[in-house]
Design a protein around this ligand. Structure first.
Ligand SMILES: [Zn+2]
Ligand SMILES: [Zn+2]
Length: 403
């Protein structure tokens, strides 16, 4: 059972090279020409025929020698619009672009899995589909790939994704899985414009004070989660930006606030949306003003399929041993892999690339974020192991039921 681990360790030089090369050429959003070309070149060198599905997102298929189901493995490819502060010999070579969410490690691990699985192609009963996705950081690149047909031809039966994790208590190389289902929250943004009547700050009675309205809306909105949602249904409503006024003695004509809503439950998500509008409208009206609410449905929650999570996590435990695995709870961060998890059984796992104790205190999106490369083979091995054993189990089942 140790095979994949040993094979992946044998890929360490490749994994490090891929990771470091990609780390130096970060690109943002859906437009990733260099990154996409790099992945294409490496996959082609392994014997794959990667295709550009949409924008710079890639798909590659590995067809086994026997028929069976199809499992999809996904890596996101985009970086963040920020500067890296680390002084690494392979630091970002670009201005205002850096792989501070670790998607470079995701690509390296998926390339590693592609290499491991290619060597086992004749043993596979079914297909492995590789999804290299652009635009995870706020561009919903996963939806574009779904609309371009990533889940069809052949139809995907199960899907798996991995995210790197640092700045926590888990030693490097620990695989973490949200086995109870909820993995990453939904994320919706809203903005509220408030209209009043501007006037002299010395004579507020001659106008309608939008700053007073904004403050009351903020207070009232905070009662939605605390008073109207069950404490057993996790939800967050944060107002992160308020803007109004320009001087110390002028009450402005209008103002705005914007924020984010996170939850795991569609009914809760719907209720918060409805109450947010009602409360903003009623509060503004109460003081003689008017509110205009704009609400963007952004990302649904990423929910692990509990059967598939139990199955794939058992393969991970077999491979790594129980001491190198742990169960993790849901995270209020969001992930556009929800576009896959809402359509096919999915498992989203996290892999620790270093704990605080080990000297990796910075979490993703920090300008100091960096990883312990030693964990790269663990991710590659787990991707490959899960794919192989999933096909083994379900490929056989398919053959039995057909006979
Ligand atoms: Zn991120
Ligand atoms: Zn990320």
């Amino acid at each position: 059972m140790d095979n994949r681990k040993i094979e992946a360790a044998g890929c360490m030089a490749d994994l490090t090279r891929w990771y470091r090369d990609l780390h130096q050429i970060p690109e943002i959003g859906l437009n990733l020409p260099e990154t996409s070309a790099y992945i294409k070149k490496e996959l082609t060198a392994m014997g794959y025929q990667p295709v550009t599905l949409c924008n710079h997102s890639l798909c590659a298929l590995l067809a086994g020698s026997r028929p069976g189901p199809t499992i999809l493995l996904r890596a996101d490819m985009d970086a963040l619009p920020m500067e890296e502060i680390n002084d690494l010999p392979f630091r970002s070579q670009k201005k205002n672009a850096a792989h501070m969410c670790g998607h470079d490690s995701h690509m390296a691990m998926l390339l590693g899995a592609a290499k491991l699985l290619k060597a086992r192609q004749t043993e596979l009963a079914g297909n492995v589909k590789f999804m290299f996705q652009a635009g995870e950081e706020g561009f919903n690149g996963a939806l574009e790939m779904v609309q371009a047909g990533i889940l069809e031809n052949p139809k995907v039966d199960a899907a798996m994704a991995l995210h790197c994790l640092c700045g926590d208590r888990y030693p490097a190389g620990t695989m973490l899985c949200a086995v109870d289902g909820p993995a990453k929250a939904s994320a919706d943004t809203f903005s509220i414009r408030v209209y009043g009547t501007g006037c002299h700050g010395a004579m507020p009675e001659t106008g309608v004070d939008v700053i007073n309205i904004l403050c009351h809306i903020q207070n009232n909105l905070q009662t939605i989660v605390s008073r109207e949602i069950s404490c057993f249904a996790p939800a967050v409503l944060s107002i992160c930006h308020i803007d109004a006024g320009s001087a110390a003695n002028i009450l402005p004509e209008e103002g705005m606030m914007e924020g984010t809503i996170r939850t795991f439950d569609e009914a809760v998500r719907k209720k918060i949306k409805q109450r947010l509008s009602e409360i903003a409208d009623a509060t503004a009206a109460q003081f003689g003003g008017r509110a205009e609410v704009l609400y963007a449905d952004c990302l649904g929650a990423t929910i692990n399929d509990t059967d598939l999570a139990a199955e794939l996590f058992s393969y991970v435990k077999d491979l790594l041993g129980p001491e190198q695995t742990d169960v993790i709870g849901p995270i209020m961060g969001a992930e556009d892999f929800s576009e896959v998890s809402s359509r096919v059984p999915t498992v989203y796992m996290d892999l620790s690339f270093g704990s605080i104790k080990e000297g990796y205190p910075h979490r993703v999106h920090s300008p100091y974020f960096r990883i312990n490369e030693e964990a790269l083979p663990v991710g590659a091995a787990c991707f490959a192991e899960c794919a192989m054993r999933y096909l083994e189990t379900h490929g056989k089942k398919g053959a039995d039921s057909a006979s």
